[in-house]
Design a protein around this ligand. Structure first.
Ligand SMILES: NC(=O)c1ccc[n+]([C@@H]2O[C@H](COP(=O)([O-])OP(=O)(O)OC[C@H]3O[C@@H](n4cnc5c(N)ncnc54)[C@H](O)[C@@H]3O)[C@@H](O)[C@H]2O)c1
Ligand SMILES: [Zn+2]
Length: 337
């Protein structure tokens, strides 16, 4: 399946096909020099399969984890390209989850003011969310995505088979972003999580999630307004993610929790919780409300005493609410039930 993201001169195709990583050379010109950026947790067979198709590939295998989204790793990529004599015609390829995509995409955005970037996402989170939309970034001093750029890829190659090796908890956490897409704009996508077999419906879940995100990004590439809806669950979710002592929850798990208080219809909230139960996502949490509040007040998105919350009045609908920080303690409470 081919999904075209229409952004004028920055348009690009998403190829969603089982086994497409083995056919990359038919999808893009790989005869240039290619920096292949991956991490130690990505199965070596995936890397070997990609390298076999690239006559002039330079692989770089980084430590796994959020720590690789650093300026040090960014510099290492740029230095590698400089030492290998990369020109503006050469390309960067990311093979891995959102960490590799964000880092490699940012290096591609900056090297010689921007070279071609191919994204091959291998986690559910990256396949349903981070690999499309053109946001690239690294972290600075503990601040997530503080340094980054918009840089659209020239190709996203999405191989559902690559997800088979993902640990189940990670597989489920990434799907929280697909539930988010369903809540925002695709009731049929949400129902795929409620009914039927998730593995069997995986390709449709991926395709539908991508279409929701594509439609939003096409209307608001640089987040002037509408695109902020993709932050559903993230305002509170990021605070939960950053609060200490909450047991190392994954990003998707925090987003899942953060979405719950944003769902205004109580019966829909119960349906969402039931889906979390099916997937093994957390349905409730206790926390120190004051610590969450302090984090939200310092969030880079909290400007001028207000924070924008994405609320879901009904399945497939959303509203952006500008809420004064003083209203937050009542929303945050001491946990999510
Ligand atoms: N750019 C965006 O629009 C955007 C959107 C959402 C999230 N993000 C970013 O994405 C990042 C999180 O991405 P993630 O959840 O994919 O984490 P990740 O990239 O750290 O990957 C998770 C783990 O899975 C391993 N892995 C990758 N593919 C695998 C496979 N096929 N089999 C087995 N293991 C595999 C990796 O080695 C890693 O240890 C965060 O940094 C977040 O900020 C970016
Ligand atoms: Zn997210």
């Amino acid at each position: 399946m081919r999904i075209e993201v229409a952004l004028g001169s920055r348009s690009y195709p998403i190829i969603l096909e089982r086994g497409c990583l083995g056919r990359l050379s038919a999808l893009a010109d790989l005869s240039c020099k290619l920096l292949v950026v991956t991490d130690e947790g990505v199965p070596p067979s995936l890397l070997e399969g990609v390298l076999a198709q690239c006559p002039r590939a330079y692989p770089l295998i980084l430590p796994q984890g959020e720590g690789s989204k650093s300026l040090a790793a960014f510099e290492a990529l740029l230095t590698h390209m400089l030492e290998k004599g990369f020109s503006r015609k050469d390309k960067v390829l990311a093979l891995g989850g959102g960490v590799m995509g964000d880092l490699a995409g940012f290096a591609a955005a900056c090297y010689m003011r921007g070279i071609g970037f191919i994204n091959c996402p291998t986690t559910t989170l990256a396949q349903v969310d981070s690999s499309i939309g053109g946001k690239t970034a690294v972290n600075l001093k503990g601040m997530k995505n503080l340094v980054g750029a918009f840089h659209q890829p020239i190709l996203v190659a999405l191989d559902p088979d690559a997800l088979q090796t993902l640990p189940p908890r990670h597989f489920a956490a990434g799907l929280a972003e697909a539930i988010k897409a369903g809540l925002l704009g695709d009731p049929a996508l949400f129902r795929l999580f409620e009914e039927g077999d998730i593995q069997q419906n995986l390709e449709e879940i991926l395709a539908r999630s991508l279409r929701v995100k594509k439609a939003i990004v096409e209307q608001d590439e640089r987040e002037a307004g509408l695109r902020a809806c993709l932050n559903l669950g993230h305002t509170l979710g990021h605070a939960i993610e950053s609060a200490e002592g909450l047991g190392g929850l994954y990003h998707g798990e925090c987003v899942a929790l953060g979405m719950l208080p944003m769902i205004e219809d109580a019966s829909l909230r119960q349906r969402v919780k039931a889906v979390y139960g099916r997937l093994g996502l957390p349905q409730s949490i206790r926390y120190d409300g004051e610590a969450i509040y302090r984090f939200l007040c310092h969030d880079k998105k909290a400007a001028g005493g207000f924070v924008t919350l994405v609320r879901v009045p009904a399945l497939g609908q959303f509203r952006l609410d500008k809420v004064p920080l003083t209203d937050l303690p009542a929303i945050i409470g001491e946990g999510i039930e």
